[in-house]
Design a protein around this ligand. Structure first.
Ligand code: PGA
Length: 262
């Protein structure tokens, strides 16, 4: 069976309450064709607007998923400022980003923390988008596959095969995020194919074949077609272009086109 493409809109530290609700409303309305075609769509607003965005999508009976950009791995307790999996579940959040490059490289999150966050989210019954990817220096040293493999091994330590059905992988080369410089489709394909091989080695053939692997990094309406045409690219995680409903929906439509061609 063909894998469903999944498109995520990572709004990062952007939007205010009214623009967040507006953006989600426009996406759910204008992406109806892509949703009907079988594309999965998720938006990831800032924590403080999850409830408002989730409510507006529920009221519209929209299948667009509302997701969180992060979570903390501990059980509820004395962790000032953090948000637990229980909090997210309580407000109907069913999908969460873990290990985004800005968490790794700006906030300084370690592989060990990312692994704990994966366990916490999956343990709470949520889906996880696990983000991985190499820096420019690592790419120039020819280490792309080795870095992806190391990040996967570390993040997925002690995760059971059955739980992998709730994991999506987002391959986001750090040098492509927010730079306007996307990976060449053939380079993205090579990295995705290697990630799928690692899934086979760490888990099994079924897990590898079913794994949705998104591309992320300067994904735009004008490069989505050629990236999504690659056999191992199953949609994308979109930052900048997800803040404009028309651009985000155009990317969702590009993913739908691939399904129709399959
Ligand atoms: P970008 O961000 O599309 O702005 O490059 C992608 C991401 O960080 O998920």
């Amino acid at each position: 069976m063909a894998r469903k493409p999944i498109i995520g809109g990572n709004w990062k530290m952007n939007t205010v309450r009214a623009s967040a609700v507006d953006l989600a409303t426009s996406v759910s309305r204008d992406a109806a064709d892509a949703l009907d075609a079988g594309v999965e769509i998720a938006v990831f607003p800032p924590f403080v607007y999850l409830d408002a965005v989730g409510d507006s999508l529920r009221r519209a009976k929209s299948p667009v998923l509302v997701g969180a950009q992060d979570l903390y791995f501990e059980q509820p307790g004395a962790f000032t400022g953090e948000i637990s999996a229980d909090h997210l579940r309580d407000i109907g959040v069913k999908i969460v980003l873990v290990g985004h490059s800005e968490r790794r490289h700006v906030i300084g999150e370690s592989d060990d923390i990312i692994n704990k966050k994966l366990h916490a989210a999956l343990g709470a019954g949520m889906r996880v988008v696990l983000c991985i990817g190499e820096t420019l220096e690592q790419r120039e040293r020819g280490e792309t596959d080795a870095i992806n493999e190391r990040q996967l091994q570390a993040a997925l330590r002690d995760i059971e095969t059955k739980d992998m059905a709730d994991v999506v992988i987002a391959y986001e080369p750090v040098w492509a995020i927010g730079t306007g410089r996307n990976a060449a489709p053939s380079d993205a394909q090579a990295a995705h194919a290697h990630i799928r091989r690692v899934m086979y080695e760490l888990f099994d053939a079924d897990t590898a074949a079913a794994m949705q692997i998104q591309y992320g990094g300067s994904l735009k309406p004008d490069n989505a077609d050629e990236l999504f045409a690659q056999p191992d690219v199953d949609g994308g995680l979109v930052g900048g272009a997800s803040l404009k409903a028309a651009d985000f929906v155009a990317i969702c439509d590009a993913a739908a086109k691939r399904l129709q061609q399959a």
